[in-house]
Design a protein. Structure first.
Length: 275
């Protein structure tokens, strides 16, 4: 059994100067899942308890490449930056303490329409042995999932690894943005607040479609709100995540999805591209 936190630790060089994300951490094809990058910097911070992780993504993060890490103190937390071989900034952000007790409006988890899955995605990949294998659904009100973690997502302290929550929140935000815009794209500005305690157990993650809003200054960017709770309704993590729609990007994505999903499921997600 692959322990997901072992993969995460192995991705971070001993001197904390490089990050090499494995293929198991894929999101969109040939790119790291946004949730895995946030989890890596959360691990680097060493913070425990309630905390905010922010990542501002400039470009997609490649897999299997040794990427330069810049980590500096940022008050009680850290500021960080991830660079590619040309010294271009891929992602930058911070990890810092946050107040616990996030009060979010409960959003029902949809049960009607399943969303497409892939083979390799960290969140939904059906053939990723290290992945969550979460199955998200959507209806007119919300996007979300009920997910029961396998033991491979148990952290060293017995709780749930934060990577599971950052990944679920990011995946849900992606689909909220994709369904609102009708396009594929990527999440670009991720702000995730983790709760004081992350008990190991089933997770309910959801975001309301009515809360998805395009930015007035640039309608390609869609702001979303997503919350992950335990079965008792306690908030484990919450995210404010921005999705940027890339016109035409869904065309190539749909081609791959049709090879592994019923056509009606792909059509419901991207009606302009899967006719």
């Amino acid at each position: 059994m692959t322990i997901i936190d072992d993969l995460l630790r192995a991705a971070i060089a001993a001197d904390h100067r490089t990050l090499t994300l494995p293929p198991a951490f894929q999101g969109l094809p040939a790119a790291a899942h946004g949730g895995s990058v946030l989890a890596a910097f959360d691990a680097l911070s060493g913070l425990r308890g309630a905390r905010e992780i922010r990542g501002l993504y400039r470009k997609r993060v490649p897999l299997g490449a040794a990427l330069a890490l810049d980590v500096a103190p940022g008050g009680p937390g850290i500021r960080w930056r991830l660079r590619d071989a040309t010294d271009g900034v891929l992602v930058e952000g911070h990890v810092r303490p946050a107040r616990d007790g996030h009060r979010a409006v409960a959003t029902p988890v949809p049960a009607r329409t399943p969303l497409p899955v892939s083979y390799s995605c960290l969140a939904c990949g059906t053939r990723n042995p290290a992945g969550l294998r979460a199955r998200l659904h959507a209806d007119e009100r919300s996007v979300g999932a009920r997910w029961t973690p396998p033991d491979s997502f148990r952290a060293a302290d017995g709780g749930l690894t934060p990577l599971a929550l950052t990944t679920l929140l990011d995946e849900t935000a992606f689909w909220l943005g994709a369904l609102a815009s009708g396009e594929s794209g990527m999440t670009t500005d991720l702000r995730v607040t983790l709760g004081q305690a992350l008990p190991f157990g089933p997770v309910v993650v959801a975001g309301a479609r009515a809360c998805v809003r395009p930015r007035p200054d640039d309608p390609r960017y869609w702001d979303t709100e997503v919350v992950a709770r335990d079965e008792a309704g306690r908030v484990l993590a919450a995210g404010r995540i921005t999705f940027v729609a890339v016109r035409g990007a869904a065309r190539r994505l749909v081609t791959g999805m049709l090879a592994m999903n019923p056509p009606e499921i792909v059509r419901a997600a991207f009606p302009a591209y899967a006719r």
